[in-house]
Ligand binder design. Structure first.
Ligand SMILES: [Zn+2]
Ligand SMILES: [Zn+2]
Length: 393
């Protein structure tokens, strides 16, 4: 028996009892009719057989107080001529149109058929639960992603840092509990019947929906707009949270911190936090991928004769670099494991570039020594090869 048949059949009429018949009266009427139309007493009478079936069916429903109640409520809701608006017996007002069937039910009055339980509730479940009141508004919603920026010192970027970030995001307005109405009693939006969505175009695709333009997708309209949020139900909320920036970030890098965005609604997950990192330059160290760079001045004699040169490291003790004799200006040497941290916790290298410094003022003794050096190297012309090469090609 289909749902429609179920409602259209008047079981009271079948048993010939009034709508307010007592259980005993129904029982009595059924027994009398059952005896009269029993197949054993009406062999070969198809009409009697059909009538007997109807009587049994009616008794199945009306003879069971629970089923009878559900049947009565369904009839009161839908009338006895199929689906049509009827006075709400126990479940609010239903106006069946495509919006209800394919979208969501009405907002107010507990849109779901409240009086239904068990049998009929199950029968109608498939129909009603398709939309349900305010489906779009009662589902968990993921929190917004938030974009923010932070400026780190050079050392913080290398080593990682926990920094306080002040973030603002949209949250339900506190003054009106997110309803947008200063009395807290917003009206269901008539345009979208509270679903917050309207079908897009008329191409027949019911799955294509747009946010309702009249209520901005909220499903509700504020009659007396909340002064704090001007009826939007949303408010900016600021909070400061401690955020861990991982070691090794570089300038202008955008990092994603999963779940650190705006909190979700109705149990939805939090959004993500995206942080664009700005890194202040360091007066001494530079950065090249995972490597740190530093330029170290050396004297002419250190470069020429070789020697041990102390080199600073970032956040650690200085190290001693062995300069081989005859080190040219601008040579870069590598100190392993003294660079920036990588994701796996290992470190890049420190690239040390030597820069031969030329003394501006020379004391008498040093000047004499250099003059003597000039004498000793008078026969050398460092530019001989240059001029030779310039002639060719
Ligand atoms: Zn709307
Ligand atoms: Zn408000």
């Amino acid at each position: 028996m289909s749902t429609k048949d179920f409602i259209e059949k008047d079981f009271y009429k079948v048993l010939g009892v009034p709508k307010d018949a007592t259980e005993a009266e129904i029982k009595k009427a059924y027994r009398k009719l059952a005896r009269e139309y029993h197949p054993d007493a009406n062999k070969g009478n198809a009409k009697a057989e059909e009538r007997f079936k109807e009587i049994s069916e009616a008794n199945d429903i009306l003879g069971d107080p629970k089923k009878r109640k559900e049947y009565d409520e369904a009839r009161a809701l839908f009338g006895n001529g199929g689906f049509r608006p009827g006075p709400g017996a126990g479940g609010g007002n239903f106006n069946f149109d495509l919006g209800d069937l394919f979208g969501g039910g009405p907002q107010g009055g507990g849109g779901a058929p409240g009086g239904f339980g068990g049998g009929i509730g199950d029968v109608f479940g498939g129909l009603f639960n398709r939309g349900g009141p305010g489906t779009t508004r009662t589902q968990p919603r993921r929190g917004q992603d938030i974009d923010t920026e932070v400026t780190l010192t050079f050392t913080e970027a290398i080593e990682g840092a926990t920094v306080p970030l002040r973030m603002s995001s949209q949250a339900p307005c506190k003054a009106c509990s997110g309803t947008g109405d200063k009395n807290g009693t917003p009206r269901v939006c008539p345009t979208c019947v509270g679903t917050g969505q309207v079908a897009r175009g008329s191409g027949g695709g019911f799955s294509l929906t747009d946010p309702c333009p009249d209520c901005k997708g909220r499903g509700l309209i504020a009659e007396h707009p909340c002064l704090d949020c001007k009826g939007s139900g949303r408010a900016k909320s600021s909070r400061t949270m401690q955020v861990r920036i991982p070691a090794g970030v570089t300038d202008s890098q955008r990092i994603r911190l999963r779940g650190k965005g705006a909190p979700g609604e109705r149990g939805g997950p939090s959004g993500d936090l995206y942080v664009v990192v700005h890194v202040d330059p360091h007066p001494v160290f530079g950065r090249r991928d995972d490597n740190l760079t530093v330029t170290v001045p050396v004297t002419f004699t250190e470069a020429a004769l070789g020697g041990e040169v102390k080199v600073p490291t970032l956040g650690g003790p200085s190290l001693t670099l062995k300069l081989p004799p005859g080190t040219p200006n601008g040579r870069t040497m590598r100190a392993r494991g003294k660079g920036a941290f990588r994701k796996d916790g290992t470190r890049g290298d420190l690239l040390v570039t030597v820069e031969v410094s030329v003394p501006k003022d020379l004391s008498g003794e040093a000047r004499d020594a250099l003059e003597a050096y000039r004498e000793a190297t008078a026969g050398e012309d460092p530019r001989a090869e240059l001029f030779e090469a310039a002639k060719g090609a």
